[in-house]
Structure formats: C-alpha cells, structure tokens
Design a protein around this ligand. Structure first.
Ligand SMILES: [Zn+2]
Ligand SMILES: [Zn+2]
Length: 308
C-alpha cells in the first residue's frame, strides 16, 4: 500500500511552504519549532542546496515562558547561538540523540558559551564501555583536534546520561527518551508541553532487508504526536547500497508516522548529495504518500519554523 502510493502519479516540482502563520495555534500557546540545520552526515554548501540549507542537525523549540530546548548540536547551532543577545546568559536544555560529528560539531562554536553565566544541560545517550558522555566530550574537544580544551569555555555545560527514560526539564515540559536503531547508542526524544508533542528521531536505521518493522520504543515516541521530525536520508535506490549505514527512506518515515498516528511529519537529515530540486521531488512524493495515510508531510528547511 505504502510502496504503491509512493510510486504513483506525476510529481510536480513544487513545495508547500511552511511558516509560523500556518500553525494550528497562536504563538502564545504553541510550541515554535525552528529548524537551524536539516542535513545529515556533513555540512554542505552551494547554490544547488541553498533552498533547504547545508547545516547539520539542530532544531530549537520555543515554549511560551520557558527556556529554549535544542534537539542536537550540529553546525546549525552556530546560527542559533549567534542570534542570542550577547549580554544575556543562555540557559537551556539540549536533547542530544548521539555523538556522531554531524550532531555535535556546533557546540564549540556556540557563542553563548563565552558568557560565564551560561548554563546548558545536555541529555545524551549512555555510552558503551566505561566512559560517560562528559568524558567523551572532554576527550574530543581539546588540542590537537580543537584549539582549546572544552573546560576552558567560560559557560557551564552539564551532561546527563540517559537511556529509555521519562523525565521533566522544568517549565512544564516532559521528555521521553528511547533507544532508536542506528549505528552506536542513539536516542529519539519526545517533548510534551500542555498536551502538545514533538518527536525527534534524526537518525533511524530501518530494517536492512527493506522491510518496515518498527521498534516499540519508536512507536512510543511518535504515538499520536503533533509533529514527528524524522530521518529521511536515502532514496530507496540509495538504501539498497547503504542498507546498514544507519538511516532510512522517506517512505519508511511516512510509514512510521502513519502507524504511530502522528499528525505531521517533517522529513529531516537530508543527504548532503540531495540538491533542492531532488528534495522538492522527494517531498512531493512523500506528501502524496502521507495524504493516502493521513499524515501531513513536508521536508524540513533551514531557517523555517512551524507551530505545534
Ligand atoms: Zn546524523
Ligand atoms: Zn549518526
């Protein structure tokens, strides 16, 4: 059913723009979801990818009256940080899916960390072996890989190692974390505030045989969610040759969202080789597939926002 819908029909190169004004609720009682980086694997640049943007995974959530929440710390984080007032100490939370480069490289370039009163709590997946997440960062952001040691940043970054858990981060925000199939320990998150929910699964390995089995944890994260932000890195043709690289197809992402009863789906973690025209086409195909399955689908774009 899903595969048939995916292949059907003519595919005009149009894109249905999203923005704050298209959300279901007024900004005063809604979560604003801001996309700062939507690429997977590595940042990219060039006229052919400018429409969707070239920065790696970083999404911020604004909750009325609450502190900012970040999904991942990819290169998009630098732009989010640059917009923060320099004289105002940043206080917020990051929900970090995993420690691959494309999800952490923005952290040492996060300007608010230059303020001594900055305070960021990072929830990240427990690591295999003896190292804590804090120890991994301390061992990564240091010479000769980076000019200074991570501990020399004036602001404070605290780490909490989590697995399959539920916890509160204040401001009336509840978080669910679940281990998601990828390469190495990787989490997906679900943020709930006043009955509104956003699920974030940036990197998700679908079954390598191309089947559509979904783990119970993934279904928990996405169940009836208002918005699911989900890996959609490979076309079906690309997946055939990269079937164990940790990712999935847009078709699989639509299936996950539909099976979980989610309302909207943002295709995310775009392959750096996918230029704007190709992503327009992928988005249109996925949107048609979603129409058949009752999910409103769009492809995430850098510098765009949606209301939940
Ligand atoms: Zn990634
Ligand atoms: Zn990864």
């Amino acid at each position: 059913m899903v595969g048939r819908a995916w292949r059907e029909g003519q595919l005009p190169l149009t894109w249905n723009p999203i923005g704050g004004s298209t959300g279901l609720h007024g900004a005063s009682d809604a979560i604003t979801v801001n996309f700062h980086g939507v690429r997977g694997s590595t940042p990219c640049h060039g006229e052919e990818i400018m429409g969707y943007g070239g920065n790696t995974s970083c999404v911020s959530l604004d909750i009325p009256g609450g502190r900012p929440i970040l999904f991942d710390l990819g290169t998009g984080l630098r732009y989010f940080g640059a917009a923060h007032p320099a004289d105002e100490p940043f206080r917020g939370t990051c929900l970090l899916t995993h420690l691959h480069w494309d999800h952490i490289q923005g952290l040492p370039f996060f300007k608010p960390l230059l303020h001594p009163d900055a305070d960021v709590t990072v929830y990240a997946p427990e690591q295999e072996g003896d190292l804590t997440v804090a120890e991994v960062f301390a061992d990564t952001i240091k010479p000769p890989l980076f000019p200074i040691h991570f501990s020399m940043f004036p602001g404070d970054v605290g780490f909490a190692d989590v697995a399959n858990e539920e916890f509160s981060i204040g401001d009336g925000v509840d978080v669910m974390s679940r281990l998601v199939p990828h390469v190495g320990n990787t989490l997906g998150f679900r943020v709930t505030w006043q009955g509104r929910s956003v699920a974030y699964l940036s990197d998700h390995q679908m079954p390598a045989d191309g089947s559509f089995d979904v783990t119970p944890g993934v279904l928990e994260l996405c169940a009836d969610a208002d918005l699911v932000i989900h890996d959609a890195q490979y076309t079906p043709e690309e997946f055939v040759v990269k079937s164990d690289w940790g990712h999935c197809t847009p078709e699989f992402a639509v299936y996950v969202a539909a099976r979980a009863g989610a309302k909207r789906l943002a295709l995310f973690h775009h392959d750096p080789m996918h230029h704007d025209d190709m992503l327009d086409l992928i988005a249109e195909q996925a949107r048609r597939c979603g129409d058949d399955l009752g999910v409103d689908v769009f492809a995430a774009r850098e510098r765009h926002s949606v209301l939940v």
